[in-house]
Write a protein that binds this ligand. Structure first.
Ligand code: ADP
Length: 525
């Protein structure tokens, strides 16, 4: 290598080329070594981080499992006494000798109980979603009827606050669609409920349209209100569980779970929910769900639950074995079933169920799943494994809403499944379905009357105690037909003709007329 006269001699000038090459190689090796060491260090760090993450994941999973177990147990523990509270207060409401004040107190107990239950159900739903255990059950239903239900449900609440309510359905929204009706209903109830709750002036509009792309049919929903609106910064957060804005906290009610549940339900139905809003002007919640067009013949008919008085005479005796380790639960079922005319026996644990099954040959077993000695599943298995014994119907009555799935219970060999707390009318209807028994219903015991459904005696209605009218109105506003029937049943002993007229309106699904009448009376008196 030649030397330039103007340049300083290099420090390694005297070193021969091979030596230089050796040094370069050595320093390269050293570099490589340091790099390798660095890489090894980084790798080690990475491994450590992965290990830490893995540990964090494991402990998060364990915490999640613990949370699930806790929720399952808590839910079971709450449902069991709730079953007694709601069940016995429903039973007492059948008593014609009650004073109006006692009825009012019972109503309050019942309403508060139902409210508590709705809350527990919401919390459970969120945990189920978090645990990835929510699934959809698509079936054919009447979409137009669902929208009419929404109108009926929210019309009075909106009127009460002097808000406009309009439901606009595009001409191409099919009548019969296949989707998860209950989830769709719950999303609409949440959004319309919020719109009515937060809006003080103006109105609420629900618009329903369709969009078809690549042979996928979507229903598009807009819930628009003229309420307080939501600040930009809060828009994403309101969809998180337990998040409320100022407006929500001021409303003094609600849990901040409605939108979180709605978002997950909409996602499960392959849609998205979004909000646009302007503070002081109002909000629009928009969502879409994928549906397919359904056939009218596939649409299930909704049965209105009727108040049962007793079994029709002339049928053979039907024996029911009540299996539950909690005495209150057994007592509730015994009182209800014996009042209707069933014969009952009881068992307090799984082994006793098997003994009683052999001894009394029941037609039906109402079976709790969590029982000492042998649990409900084992009992079902052993009974179903017995050959030669007469077929028995098994209806599981359980407070474990969280961990028991309908499929698992049916797969185990049960005929059906009822969740505690249950409505008396619902339990009796399920029993009728499986035993084929015939009941006398409250509306049939009313003396024949000349009051036609369309001609309800307004004076008689106005003469009812105020709290009865309020209770009916509440029930109608919440589309709670079971409860409405219970209230009508209370009118029975006092004014059979009026009770019959109201019931006929209900059974002809003439809700509009019914609500109109009730509203006139509650506003007018
Ligand atoms: P909740 O209504 O029980 O508080 P949600 O999850 O349904 O719970 O709603 C969360 C929050 O989002 C509400 O508390 C409220 O602050 C806000 N919000 C929801 N809907 C509206 C609306 N239509 N207008 C204004 N704010 C709303």
């Amino acid at each position: 290598m030649g030397l330039n006269a103007n340049q300083e001699p290099r420090a390694d000038e005297h070193i021969s080329d091979p030596e230089r090459a050796r040094r370069v190689a050595f320093s390269m090796m050293q570099d490589a070594d340091t790099q390798r060491q660095r890489a090894e260090k980084a790798l080690k760090k990475l491994e450590e981080s992965i290990q830490q993450l893995e540990e964090a994941r494991r402990s998060a999973e364990a915490a999640n499992r613990a949370k699930s177990v806790f929720l399952a147990n808590m839910s079971h523990e709450i449902r069991t006494p709730m079953n007694a509270i709601l069940g016995f207060s429903q039973l007492m409401q059948r008593d014609p000798a009650l004073t109006p004040q006692q009825r009012q107190h019972l109503d309050t107990i019942n309403r508060s109980g139902e409210h508590l239950l709705a809350l527990i159900n919401d919390i459970l739903e969120v945990s189920r979603i978090e645990a990835g255990r929510t699934t959809i059950h698509p079936a054919t239903f009447d979409m137009h009827a669902l929208l009419e239900d929404m109108e009926m449900m929210f019309r009075l609440r909106a009127d009460d606050k002097q808000l406009r309510l309009s439901i606009e359905r595009a001409a191409d929204v099919p009548r019969y669609v296949v989707a998860d009706e209950n989830k769709l209903r719950q999303v609409l109830i949440n959004l319309l409920g919020n719109a009515v709750k937060f809006t003080a002036k103006g109105g609420i509009t629900l618009r329903v349209g369709t969009r078809q792309a690549n042979s996928v049919l979507r229903l598009m929903f807009d819930v628009e209100d003229t309420g307080p609106g939501i600040a930009q910064a809060e828009m994403e957060r309101i969809f998180d569980p337990f998040e409320q804005t100022q407006a929500g906290r001021h409303a003094g009610s609600g849990t901040g779970l409605g939108l979180a549940i709605s978002r997950e339900f909409v996602r499960l139905m392959d849609g998205e929910i979004t909000v646009t809003s302007e503070v002081g002007k109002g909000s629009v919640f928009r969502f879409d769900v994928v549906v397919t067009q359904g056939e009218s013949t596939a649409a299930g008919r909704k049965t209105v639950l009727r108040q049962v008085v007793k079994l029709q005479p002339g049928q053979r005796t039907h024996r029911v074995l009540i299996a539950d380790d909690v005495e209150d639960n057994r007592e509730l079922l015994r009182t209800l079933l014996e009042a209707i005319g069933f014969e009952t026996t009881q068992a307090v644990d799984g082994e006793e169920v098997l003994r009683q099954f052999e001894r009394c040959q029941p037609d039906l077993i109402l079976l709790d799943l969590r029982m000492p000695v042998l649990d409900g599943y084992e009992v079902i298995r052993r009974i179903r494994a017995k050959t030669g014994s007469p077929p028995v119907k098994i209806i599981v009555v359980t407070a474990s809403a969280f961990q028991e799935s309908r499929q698992a219970i049916l797969a185990a060999g049960a005929d059906d499944f009822i969740l505690k707390p249950f409505r008396n009318a619902k339990l009796l209807e399920t029993i009728r379905e499986f035993l084929g028994v015939k009941y006398i219903y409250a509306d049939e015991t009313a003396v024949a009357t000349t009051v036609a459904a369309s001609k309800i005696d307004r004076a008689a209605l106005a003469a009812l105690p105020r709290e009865w009218l309020d209770a009916m109105r509440n029930a109608a506003t919440n589309a709670d037909m079971d409860h409405l029937l219970e209230v009508i049943a209370r009118i029975e002993p006092r004014d059979a003709a009026l009770a019959r007229g109201l019931r006929q309106l209900m059974e002809r699904f003439d809700y509009k007329k019914l609500l109109q009448l009730l509203q006139l009376e509650t506003n007018g008196s």
